[in-house]
Design a protein around this ligand. Structure first.
Ligand SMILES: [Zn+2]
Length: 282
């Protein structure tokens, strides 16, 4: 009797408690099932053993030292640096590495012994090391054909001793259009360029002048001279990396950024590069 009275009195709370217990059981059951399913999923083995099929590249396999090979497009820029190496050349190499672009260096003997490690770095980082004569002394090199070729051979051998490569890519001091040479020997540029071509040397002038050759030029002038004149086709840009050309280094990063933003690609000069030649005046 007492039992029945309790049941009657607490009918509703008992039903609620029973429902709650039932719900808890269902939830617990679902949770356990879910956990088991997750474990099952984890244990499913892939059909193909990818770890065996795919060989991930190791650092050893990647040539981390080398900058990307030249990319030739319809808007190509060949950055060229004359008169180095100097202490500034490394700063230029740092920027080129950061931007992952190749360039061409027309070197002389002035800094070559001090900066032979820089020449090695140029080679390791896949730039073109080209020749600009050993002494760069106009009165000597342009006074006779013999002097010019003797001087050229001197820098050629010095670069060879460092790199093991005998370069055939040349730039004449003052460019092939220079008239200074008239003072020392009439017709010498015509004779030199003919002989270079006949002997499979490739000489390059430029069609974009950064104007950094003149004494002190601001980085803004250098930036504008290059960015306002580059165009579709081949752009051979004249710059300098001798020790006084700090503003060239300062302008370089912005020039590269402008060019990249405007769809230009960068390449280094090779024998296959279209040769930009000035009009010969002597
Ligand atoms: Zn020069």
């Amino acid at each position: 009797m007492q039992y029945k009275t309790i049941l009657k009195r607490y009918k509703i709370p008992i039903i609620i408690i029973m429902c709650l217990i039932f719900n808890i059981i269902i939830i617990l059951n679902y949770a356990v099932n879910f956990k088991n399913k997750k474990t099952e999923f984890k244990e499913i083995k892939p059909l193909i053993n990818y770890s065996k099929k795919l060989e991930m590249p190791t650092v050893k396999n990647i040539k981390i030292k080398n900058i990307n090979p030249s990319v030739i497009s319809d808007k190509t820029i060949y950055l060229t640096f004359d008169d180095g190496p100097s202490y500034l050349t490394e700063k230029i190499l740092d920027i080129l590495k950061e931007e992952n672009i190749p360039a061409t260096f027309f070197v002389t003997s002035r800094g070559i012994d001090t900066y032979s490690n820089v020449i090695k770095r140029m080679q390791e980082e896949n730039h073109t090391i080209a020749l600009h004569t050993s002494t760069h002394n106009y009165s000597y090199i342009y006074s006779s054909d013999e002097n010019y070729f003797k001087d050229l051979e001197e820098i050629r051998n010095k670069v060879y001793n460092i790199t093991g490569v005998k370069s055939r890519i040349i730039r004449l001091p003052g460019g092939s259009s220079n008239t200074v040479s008239k003072k020392y020997s009439k017709g010498i540029i015509t004779r030199i360029t003919n002989r270079l071509t006949e002997n499979d040397f490739y000489y390059f002038d430029w069609n974009i002048d950064s104007l950094d050759a003149s004494g002190s030029v601001s980085k803004e002038v250098i930036y504008n001279s290059v960015t306002q004149n580059i165009h579709s086709g081949t752009n051979v840009v004249l710059m300098h990396d001798s020790s006084t050309k700090e503003t060239t280094v300062l302008a370089l990063k912005d020039i590269i950024k402008y060019a990249k933003d405007n769809g230009y690609t960068f390449a280094k000069i090779t024998k296959k590069t279209p040769q930009i030649h000035h009009h010969i005046n002597n």
